[in-house]
Design a protein around this ligand. Structure first.
Ligand SMILES: *Cc1c(COP(=O)(O)O)cnc(C)c1O
Length: 365
């Protein structure tokens, strides 16, 4: 069978290993597995959301309100924007997909940092677009500028903070950069971990309403999958001027999130205290990873997220990740990105204590 030529070069996204696989392949008991590979919220989901989901589960037979009015209204209030400046996706992933398909074809160029969220490249390649990457792994705006001036771009992705490395540009530097970008280039500001970054350092905080008021070519993306603890519900959003949103809407399938998802996300926005508590605990626990890394003389990337990337000098990260997996600790090996490092989602206090113990065992093995 002949498929679209553009697919020849598309890699299939590899998600973090699921708990079921570790049970099946390594015989670890489900309750002993510590899954720290996908940056999910280790504190779970707000109790209020769980209760709401139970209540609305009888409505599983009914299509969701396709206007998603209530959720958009709640987001509009939270971010001080209008409902017509918001689009909801099945994860912000789906909004990334809409952005790429709205702007790109085989003649397009998509600019991103060398080591960043894998889906930018995957969606771009589906359209046959050319991928332009900075030389430096972390975001370096001067390198973005150079490439943009010399080659142009139809879309620029800035991941703020960046997954999988954890670094984050200052908002003022981002705004300066936006001033230099042509209004026909769509700039995607991916704020999947903004809740964490803005808590740790106000200088990193992106203000979507200010950004979209000033720039007609920028879309801000947020998600319920990380700080809000709703990865399993699949819901995210894009905030931009009406013109961008209207065009993305042309790509949206009907009922792109579920009835339960919609109710869960609306409820989650009513329990910001849960989110704040999780973020506070996250950084208390992250300090333990930094201290652990220092105690082993491992370098790490200071992180503005709910994960940390630690270099494993003197070891092979791939082997270490595999040995951790066999003991029920699921982390992300970074060998595929060209890093001898692992990316670990910051777990709960109890999980992290176990991780350090098991990591000690594996490193001494
Ligand atoms: C997790 C993540 C997303 C989106 O996740 P969804 O679950 O699809 O909302 C987007 N960008 C980055 C950088 C992420 O890490």
């Amino acid at each position: 069978m002949i498929f679209n030529k553009t697919l020849d070069d598309v890699k299939v996204y590899e998600a973090g290993k699921p708990i079921e696989l570790v049970v099946r392949e390594y015989g670890v008991k489900e309750e002993d597995i510590i899954k720290l590979a996908s940056n999910e919220n280790p504190y779970g989901t707000s109790n209020k959301v769980v209760k709401k989901l139970q209540e609305v589960s009888v409505n599983a037979c009914i299509y969701p309100d396709d206007s998603m009015y209530e959720l958009k209204e709640a987001l509009a209030n939270k971010f001080s924007v209008q409902e017509n400046q918001i689009i909801i996706g099945a994860g912000s992933d789906q909004v990334i997909e809409f952005c790429v398909h709205a702007k790109c074809n085989s003649k397009s160029k998509v600019l991103m940092a060398k080591t960043t969220f894998a889906m930018y490249e995957i969606y771009a390649k589906q359209t046959g677009a050319t991928i332009l990457k900075t030389q430096s792994d972390e975001h370096n705006l001067d390198q973005f500028r150079d490439i943009y001036k010399n080659q142009g771009a139809d879309i620029i992705f800035l991941c703020l903070p960046n997954n999988p490395l954890g670094e984050c540009l200052d908002a003022k530097d981002v705004y300066e950069f936006l001033d230099e970008v042509d209004e026909n280039t769509l700039v995607v500001l991916d704020g999947a971990y903004q809740e964490f970054a803005s808590y740790k350092d106000g200088a990193k905080a992106i203000n979507p309403s200010e950004v979209i008021a000033k720039y007609s070519n920028v879309i801000y993306l947020g998600t319920f999958s990380k700080a809000y603890g709703l990865g399993g519900l699949r819901v995210g959003y894009g905030i931009a001027q009406d013109d961008i949103i209207q065009n993305l809407y042309k790509l949206r399938p009907p009922f792109n999130i579920t009835t339960l998802t919609l109710a869960g996300a609306i409820e989650a926005l009513k329990d910001e205290q849960f989110v704040q508590d999780c973020i506070e605990k996250n950084f208390i626990q992250m300090k333990r990873y930094e201290d652990y890394a220092k105690s082993k003389n491992f370098k790490y990337i200071p992180s503005y997220t709910n994960f940390i990337t630690i270099y494993l000098d003197g070891y092979f990260s791939k082997d270490i990740a595999q040995k951790l997996l066999e003991k029920g600790v699921i982390v992300r090996d970074m060998t595929g990105y060209g890093f001898n490092a692992i990316r670990i989602t910051i777990g709960t206090q109890e999980q992290n204590t176990k991780v350090f113990k098991i990591l000690d065992m594996v490193l001494n093995d």
